[in-house]
Design a protein around this ligand. Sequence first.
Ligand code: NAD
Length: 326
Amino acid sequence: MTRTALVCGAGGFIGSHLVTALKAQGFRVRGADLKHPEFGETDADDFILGDLRDQSVVAQVIDQPFDEIYQLAADMGGAGFVFVGQNDADIMHNSAAININVLSACLNTGNRRIFYSSSACIYPQENQQDPDNPNCVEHSAYPANPDSDYGWEKLFSERLYQAFQRNHGFECRIARYHNIFGPLGTWQGGREKAPAALCRKIAMADQDGTIDIWGDGRQTRSFLYVDECVEGTIRLMRSEVVEPVNIGSDELISISDLAVMIAKLAGKRITHRYIDGPEGVRGRVSDNRMIAQRLGWAPAARLQDGLRPTYDWIAAQVADGGGDAA
Ligand code: NAD
């Protein structure tokens, strides 16, 4: 029997890579999203274009039992989208509506096994003030104090999935993703994240050019290449781990050093100009002890290895169609 999977958010960055991976494993895959993948054809067997805030659309998408359901659809973006304030009502309303609709439709159709993509943004801001020692161990999530409404919605939805698990016999698997990057991700337009934005700025800069960096550049993060994110997602889905778990890299790097690494790959001598901009917390890194212990697997690739194909892909996009230097 062919196994079946549904990917909500299949037109997005991680969702489109996940569809490709599930197809390669022999699944029959349905994708659903507001939009088709931006940078290429979907590999899904069928793709429903629709708004998952609308219950009637979700009833059409979840109209049968699936072996695996992955819920990645969300109204989201990088710091320039989630930390600026103007998008908070949309972020909270739209993503919560999607999650409520998806869970209700699963309840009605006997679907019980579902993966939900939460975020490192749920962690309390006071644990992420020291750029060299951020604390993102899973059990530190409470008492809760995320620094954005995006993080609060993710935390609410984690709890929603867990409540369905407790009260309705669901088997939910919840990942807290930490900064995923790679080819086919948003790289301009305001929703892109730091690695893509820096790749774009450096690709557009002259050989001895200057790029703008938001903040003082000393804020730290870790970045996970999309292939390992997809592998972790599928492993978690098929595991028995019912608590939320980090899926991220534990290689901590400052934003300045990230820009230096990318400039080296590009073979350019780049000067940094530090400007005001949305920065988020001072430090954030994935704590991988739980995933290693519970899955017997943790992301291991080096940042530099994922940056090479990412930079090359973004540089090709810039060469093809311009791009916005800001
Ligand atoms: P993405 O924005 O590329 O993908 C999300 C997709 O959801 C988009 O294609 C979008 O069109 C779709 N969507 C939004 N509203 C919708 C609606 N009303 N109906 C149907 N589709 C809708 O983002 P991504 O980077 O692929 O992230 C996937 C998931 O992982 C998201 O839930 C995100 O919050 C979470 N996450 C991502 C990261 C990261 O670094 N990329 C980090 C933490 C968590």
